[in-house]
Ligand binder design. Structure first.
Ligand SMILES: [Zn+2]
Ligand SMILES: [Zn+2]
Length: 423
């Protein structure tokens, strides 16, 4: 954390504060950026559009501060004026829009509970101010946390993020904190020491549930946790050793369809012969509610069950890809490597890729086409599968997206309270 020798933040509660008048502001010239130097001549550049931290009023420059205690704002406009006297001096100010902290929000919405927000959370406000360039600290990133975003970017525990906009006049946050979170209505509190939430990515759900609420409701999927053994690593890519056994339960909870998907049989000749997709053991669909109720047996063909549940089609894919696709989608403090946002994006991408490669179809589609043509199903993952799943410059590694929860030796497979899918 750089410590700049700034003057105090020029804010209304600062005794040294003298607000810039409209006339002074209007006389100033517009700039796209400005630079500020610290005591040891490090230069910091601030541009229009940047999100920045600002030294709070009453804090002496150089005070040891954690980053989350700074004020945060977005630079809307920069203006400055040069005074020519015996010494040339410049005065630079910026018009900023404040990102409110949870504590700031309680000054607007008294009923708001700030304990549900972590120190790095901010609300986008409609409150603007002119701030002297002397109070600026550094440029930071502000990430968006969106509950139903399947492409949610990774947010580390030490990055600023936002999920609500603050409407000061209307005294409300948008979206409302209790909106669509869990069955209990309590919003995600990342920093709560025991938080773990599971996500159902089905298009009709896209909702997070507290693990404790799922346990209380007895929403357990009636199977043991996915048994995953990593391959020895000696096998060639795309040909993992026989030890790589993964439960397909979670993998088959699709982000793109609410229908039931099933894996081709382990005995499917590869890659040639056409085969019929068995309709035995299909998941039961309740037409009244449109809910799909899946039981474990439904997800594997008889031949696979006889072999102890090995999903043969998956053995032809890179074991790391299958491992990732089969993870529960989880976020919360106890899943430490998931940061604030959890593993939703990599797991969703991995599932989509596996479904695409195996050309998994729903029962409805299968009944229409009557015959499942495995010839056309690609059985090899593309060479760049890891890049496609993790991104070109991943902020987390693939193994960090594999869920390990502090204090839990195995992670239960839950049934989504809404659709019954494995989550
Ligand atoms: Zn809950
Ligand atoms: Zn669901």
């Amino acid at each position: 954390m750089p410590k700049r020798g700034t003057k105090k933040g020029k804010t209304a509660e600062d005794p040294e504060y003298r607000p810039l008048t409209d006339a002074e502001w209007n006389r100033m010239l517009k700039y796209g950026a400005f630079r500020v130097s610290d005591d040891v001549k490090n230069e910091y550049r601030f541009s229009r559009g940047d999100t920045v931290t600002i030294l709070p009023h009453g804090i002496a420059p150089g005070t040891d501060m954690v980053q989350s205690d700074y004020w945060v704002a977005e630079i809307l406009e920069i203006r400055g004026i040069t005074y020519k006297g015996p010494e040339i001096s410049t005065d630079v100010w910026a018009n900023v829009r404040w990102w409110y902290s949870a504590k700031d929000v309680t000054g607007v919405i008294q009923s708001f509970d700030p304990t549900k927000c972590s120190p790095y959370e901010r609300m986008h406000s409609d409150h603007t101010d002119r701030v002297s360039s002397q109070a600026f600290n550094e440029v930071v990133k502000m990430k968006k946390l969106c509950d139903d975003d399947l492409e949610q970017p990774y947010i580390s525990p030490n990055e600023f993020y936002s999920r609500y906009d603050l409407n000061r006049r209307g005294k409300r946050l948008e979206p409302t904190p209790a909106g669509s979170s869990c069955t209990c209505g309590a919003p995600y509190a990342y920093h709560d020491s025991d938080t773990v939430m599971h996500f159902c990515p089905r298009p009709s759900c896209r909702r997070w549930y507290h693990q404790t609420c799922l346990l209380d409701a007895g929403s357990l999927f009636d199977v043991p946790a996915p048994k995953v053994q990593k391959s020895s690593g000696k096998s060639k890519r795309g040909r993992p050793s026989k030890a790589a056994t993964v439960s397909p339960l979670l993998l088959l909870t699709s982000p793109d369809t609410s229908a039931t998907l099933r894996l081709p049989s382990a005995r499917t000749p590869c890659p040639a012969k056409r085969r019929r997709m068995s309709t035995r053991g299909s998941a039961s669909v309740s037409p009244q509610k449109g809910k799909v109720i899946v039981t474990p047996e439904d997800l594997l063909e008889d031949s696979d069950r006889e072999e102890g549940g090995s999903a043969g089609a998956l053995d032809r894919l890179p074991s790391k890809l299958v491992l990732l696709a089969s993870q529960p989608i989880v976020r919360g403090t106890l899943f430490t490597t998931g940061g604030v946002s959890g593993n939703v994006r990599p797991v969703v991408r991995a599932r989509r890729l596996v479904h695409e490669i195996l050309e998994l179809r729903s029962d409805e589609e299968d009944n229409m086409s009557a015959e499942y043509n495995n010839d056309s199903a690609g059985v090899e993952a593309p060479d760049d599968w890891e890049e496609r799943v993790m991104g070109l410059q991943p902020e987390v590694q693939l193994n960090e997206c594999v869920v390990k929860i502090q204090g839990q030796r195995s992670i239960p497979v839950f049934a989504c309270p809404e659709c019954g899918s494995a989550i």
